[in-house]
Design a protein around this ligand. Structure first.
Ligand code: URA
Length: 184
C-alpha cells in the first residue's frame, strides 16, 4: 500500500470516529490534507466553521493567510501536509478540552507515522503545548527548533492570531523563511 492509500484508509475510519462528544456536533471530521510524502507537516489546533463544512483543514480566512505565507517563502502547498490536533470542530471554536485532545491524538500519531515528515510546524499555542511542551510560551519560543527522534519540530504563531494582531506579521515571516531554509 502507498502512503496515500494508508492515509486514506485511516481517514475513512476517522470519518466515523465517536471517541469524544464532538462527533455529536460536527458536520464533517477534518482529517488532514496534502502530500502523503511530505517532508514538511503543519499541525493546527482544530477545524473552524469552514473546515467543518468542507472537511478540509485551513480553508477559511486563517488558511488563506497560511497559503500566502507559504507562497511568500516559495513553498508549494502541494508539497506539504496539513492537519490539526483535533479532527472535529469544537462548538463556537472554543479551545479544545484536554480530554478531547487525548481522545484524538491517536489519529495524528498515525498520520505522523505514515508520512514521517522531516519537519513538523505547530501552528499556534495549542498545538505547541501538545506537541512540544505543556508549558510552551508561543510569544517567547516561536521559531525555536527542537529535535524529536527522527524529526525537527518548531512552532509559529497561529494565522488567526496574526489576523487579530498584525504586529505579529514580521515575526511570522522570519519564522517561515527559517522553515523554508531548513527544508532546503
Ligand atoms: N484553525 C485551525 O487551527 N485549524 C484549521 O483547520 C482552521 C483554522
Amino acid at each position: 500500500m502507498t502512503k496515500a492509500e494508508e492515509l486514506n484508509e485511516i481517514k475513512n475510519r476517522c470519518a466515523g470516529c465517536k471517541k469524544c462528544g464532538l462527533c455529536e456536533t460536527r458536520t464533517n471530521s477534518v482529517f488532514g490534507t496534502g502530500n502523503a510524502e511530505a517532508e514538511l507537516m503543519f499541525v493546527g489546533e482544530a477545524p473552524g466553521e469552514q473546515e467543518d463544512l468542507t472537511g478540509v483543514p485551513f480553508v477559511g480566512r486563517a488558511g488563506q493567510l497560511l497559503d500566502r505565507y507559504l507562497y511568500a517563502v516559495d513553498i508549494d502547498r502541494s508539497r506539504v501536509y496539513i492537519a490539526n490536533i483535533l479532527k472535529c470542530r469544537p462548538p463556537k471554536n472554543r479551545d479544545p478540552l484536554p480530554a478531547e485532545e487525548d481522545a484524538c491524538m491517536d489519529w495524528l500519531r498515525a498520520q505522523v507515522k505514515i508520512i514521517r515528515p522531516k519537519i513538523i510546524v505547530c501552528l499556534g499555542r495549542i498545538a505547541a503545548m501538545r506537541l512540544i511542551s505543556p508549558d510552551y510560551r508561543i510569544t517567547k519560543e516561536h521559531g525555536q527548533w527542537v529535535e524529536r527522534g527522527d524529526f525537527l519540530i518548531t512552532a509559529v504563531y497561529h494565522p488567526a492570531a496574526i489576523l487579530r494582531d498584525p504586529g505579529k506579521r514580521e515575526a511570522m515571516m522570519e519564522d517561515m523563511k527559517a522553515i523554508a531554509d531548513r527544508l532546503k
